[in-house]
Design a protein around this ligand. Structure first.
Ligand code: NAG
Ligand code: NAG
Ligand code: NAG
Ligand code: NAG
Length: 343
């Protein structure tokens, strides 16, 4: 079913300011698209194929944007203690280079579109029609309205990958290698969402007796997707092109990466110093933890440059009292804490 929305309602995109992702045009901060305006031509920067999909599936665009936003927020959470914290100098050619950002944004789109189907927000899909799991106990009902992972997966693949698929490069070129890498990482992100989806059930029956259960397919909490992808990122496989123009692993003694693993071609920079070419912001000015020996510790975070120590006032809510009925009243307490900032 194809739906064309002529009189569009107002759609609000409020997305992190970053010219960055595979679908960067949707990351326009606070772009208001007003009824009657041609939505798809306003989203400047869509690839040719994406523009076509946009015209055919205008009601999907909001969820693509939200999915990408969720992905970036998760990226910033996962990398908050790293030298690279998921932000970059504003350069679209740069941010796209990390395997993680491709995967997490593709995952975010699957997540958002699958859920939008279930919630009845899209005209071309509805509740999941996934087959009943074989191991579900016989007397439990299958058929609550589940997240439509099948649709979300297929749509995300079509839309997010379109940009890469349209590119034409000579076989064996570095650009063609990057294209294959991006497609691989997009797919890994989608598969993680798919792998982490699970069966969820609700009890029915007289006063909570749970004599009857209804079950459906449910997406995992997106934090779990972020955690899983972070692990994949830390064990990503180094790849190169072989003579037949296929991506193969550099270290052939390891197991080949599967479709669920992340891959890279160019090793990451160390992100210690600012470098516009690599997209590194550097770690000058970053907070670090004096006592930690991990990546967030001052030694590693500041790359041996040392740190400055400041005293800051931290204001917190304290002495909270519950008042009948029903609110909580707190005082503000401030305390002085030491802060360590990379030189
Ligand atoms: C930035 O990184 C590139 C690639 O690693 C390197 O060749 C270049 O020298 C770096 N530039 C600066 C200013 O450090
Ligand atoms: C982004 O980086 C590329 C490669 O380093 C450079 O050629 C281009 O000018 C940069 N674009 C912007 C907008 O800074
Ligand atoms: C990431 O680090 C840069 C400096 O390297 C800083 O300007 C930026 O605010 C940080 N972003 C987040 C989301 O913490
Ligand atoms: C700093 O690191 C230590 C050791 O890992 C940890 O116990 C502590 O909570 C950290 N402090 C902050 C402010 O994150």
């Amino acid at each position: 079913v194809i739906s064309l929305y002529i009189g569009m309602a107002v759609i609000t995109y409020s997305i992190v300011e970053s010219q960055s992702l595979a679908m960067n045009p949707l990351l326009i901060p606070e772009a208001y698209i007003i009824g009657g305006q041609p939505l798809c031509s306003q989203l400047a920067g869509l690839s040719k194929g994406q523009k076509k999909l946009c015209q055919l599936y205008q009601d999907h665009m909001q969820f693509i944007g939200e999915g990408a936003k969720t992905g970036i927020r998760e990226c910033q959470y996962q990398f908050r203690n790293r030298r690279w914290n998921c932000s970059t100098v504003d350069n679209s050619s740069v941010f796209g280079r990390t395997a993680f950002t491709y995967a997490i944004s593709a995952a975010g789109v699957v997540n958002a579109v699958s859920r939008a189907c279930r919630e009845g927000e899209l005209s071309s899909c509805g509740c999941s029609r996934a087959a009943r799991p074989k191991d579900l106990p016989r007397d439990w009902l299958w058929g609550g309205c589940g997240d439509n992972l099948n649709y979300g997966y297929r749509f995300s693949k079509e839309f997010v990958d379109a940009r890469e698929r349209e590119k034409t490069f000579t076989k064996g070129s570095m650009e063609s290698a990057r294209l294959l890498m991006n497609l691989h990482n997009n797919e890994a992100g989608r598969r993680i969402v798919s792998d982490l989806a699970h069966v969820s059930c609700k009890c029915h029956g007289v006063s909570g007796s749970c004599s009857l259960k209804t079950c459906w397919l449910q997406l995992a909490d997106f934090r779990k997707v972020g955690d899983a992808l972070k692990e994949k990122y830390d064990s990503a496989a180094a790849m190169r092109l072989n003579s037949r123009g296929k991506l193969v692993q550099v270290h052939s003694k390891f197991n080949s990466p599967t479709s669920n693993d992340l891959v890279y071609i160019d090793p990451s920079p160390d992100y210690c110093a600012e470098n516009k070419t690599t997209g590194s912001l550097g770690t000058q000015g970053r907070l670090c933890n004096k006592t930690s020996e991990g990546m967030d510790g001052c030694a590693l975070m500041c790359c041996g440059r040392g740190y400055d120590q400041y005293k800051t006032q931290l204001v917190e809510r304290c002495h909270c009292k519950f008042h009948w009925c029903c609110y909580v009243k707190c005082k503000h307490c401030s305390r002085t804490v030491d802060q360590f900032v990379c030189k």
